[in-house]
Write a protein that binds this ligand. Structure first.
Ligand code: UDX
Length: 434
């Protein structure tokens, strides 16, 4: 199959490289010349474990290329994916679809022969209909079908999620397009990963419903964590105790500072807006969004309490700034709320993150350090915001000696309260009221 990926961002790049690895011929197209130039030099613009090797191998095999020239790529393609951004629209919270529609128009002008146009970007219900209408308007004679095929890739584990998915969802209402999609994903169905075929609108909603449910699950355990602190219970044990029930499941029950990232915050608010618009509000998700926003902001108060109520003039060492480990992504990271709140309380912040280089442009008046020990040096309190593996194996005796006072606020429950107490730390985790 010949595949064009419009958009060489996170989703387009990972999906393009994985489809090439399945044996298809993939061209990733992007409008950003510097991005294409870097990719052609073998540089990967994002941090994603394993992606550099996967890209290199498939470029070498002649199955994967990068181009600015959409015309050449689209001509002769069996499948054209739209994998462009759908950021939150300023002002109203709806998904901004301008990049998707621009891509649809561009594809319409360039395609020849029967072409399957697939929306991989996360798009509100009905977007496939609009993409179809745009193409039809632009090229009344075109032979095509529009398909929805949402991605469920976790950053940091995206290749694994693509190649060993819980399921693939394909919203398709045209028989020929269905066959093309089946061929595209054949390596997965041969390995018996479930491929769910459904109507296009249903497929679009599945993506939002999945992300909203997961966001709600995290928010649920976060509220239970707060309750644990008040009543003297341990949220880790509660999560285990409920998670062993198959109907609930053990995953996504890790209490923390609130969810962030490029998907959950944006997709939950977009779902809320769609639901309001059609007069069928999703109140559980509205509340989830509210609780999560408030939670991220409230984390600084925990740090303030840990140092005895006043952060004025205190130095806070921060470990981890990205929204989760194994990514360099800072989008909607809890740290972007927590650090300014600490500063507003009078603290001086020094921080370390292994990959969160962009934090330098997003946070002001922070002293960026080269390693975890530098971030702990002379700190009055150390706050773990992101659970990078390297923070799990710290030399705690060294940390204790370096700090001005041995106080640790662990917003990811990396360490055990009893162990930390035995080592002489004043330690607080999340939801560990025992
Ligand atoms: C998510 C979805 O998992 C993926 O299927 C979707 O397509 C894109 O969005 P991602 O944003 O990469 O992926 O990260 P994920 O691992 O899901 O974590 C999202 C946020 O929730 C992070 O801030 C993480 O720290 C937080 N989280 C996750 C928790 O606080 N507790 C948990 O138990 C799980």
């Amino acid at each position: 199959m010949r595949v064009t990926m419009i958009g060489a961002g996170y989703v387009g790049l990972v999906s393009g490289a994985c489809f090439a690895d399945f044996g298809h011929h993939v061209t990733c197209v992007d409008k950003d010349p510097s991005k294409i130039e870097r990719l052609n030099r073998g540089e990967i613009p994002i941090f994603e474990p394993g992606l550099d090797d996967l890209v290199a191998a498939n470029v070498k095999a002649g199955r994967l290329s990068f181009s600015l020239d959409a015309a050449e790529a689209i001509r002769g393609s069996d499948v054209v994916f739209i994998a462009v951004g759908t950021p939150t629209r300023r002002g109203d919270g709806h998904a901004d679809l301008s990049y998707v529609y621009a891509a649809a128009e561009e594809i319409a002008g360039l395609m020849d022969g029967f072409t399957v146009v697939v929306t991989k970007s996360t798009v509100p219900v009905g977007t496939g209909d609009e993409v179809e209408a745009i193409i039809r308007r632009t090229r009344p004679d075109a032979q095509f079908a529009v398909v929805s095929n949402p991605e469920f890739l976790r950053e940091g584990a995206a290749i694994e999620d693509f190649k060993r998915p819980d399921r693939v969802v394909i919203g398709v209402e045209n028989e020929h397009a269905r066959e093309v999609m089946a061929e595209l994903y054949r390596p997965l169905s041969l390995n018996e990963f479930p491929v769910v075929y459904t109507q296009r609108r249903t497929s679009e909603l599945i993506k939002y419903a999945a992300n909203a449910f997961l966001a709600m699950k995290i928010t649920f355990i976060n509220e239970i964590a707060d309750l644990c602190e008040k009543v003297g219970a341990d949220v880790q044990q509660v999560a285990k105790g409920i998670g062993l029930d198959n109907r609930i499941g053990a995953k996504f029950l890790h209490a923390g500072p609130g969810y962030g990232g490029s998907c959950f915050p944006k997709d939950t608010i977009a779902l809320v807006r769609t639901a309001q618009q059609v007069g069928s509000p999703v109140r559980l998700i509205e509340t989830t969004v509210e609780i999560n926003d408030a939670r991220k902001k409230a984390m600084a108060a925990r740090v303030q309490a840990a140092v005895g109520g006043d952060l004025k003039g205190k130095t806070v060492g921060v470990l981890g700034l990205t929204f989760k480990p194994n990514t360099d992504d800072m989008r909607d990271a809890p740290s972007l709320d927590i650090v300014p709140a600490l500063q507003a309380m009078g603290a001086r912040v020094q921080a370390f993150d292994p990959e969160g280089h962009e934090a330098r442009n997003l946070l002001s008046d922070v002293e960026f350090k080269e390693g975890p020990y530098d971030a702990a040096a002379d700190a009055d309190v150390l706050v773990i915001i992101t659970e990078w593996d390297q923070f799990r194996a710290l030399d705690l005796d060294r940390i204790k000696l370096l700090m001005r006072s041995p106080i640790v606020v662990d917003l990811r429950n990396v360490y055990r309260p009893d162990d930390m107490a035995a080592r002489g730390f004043r330690y607080s985790g999340v939801g560990r009221g025992v």
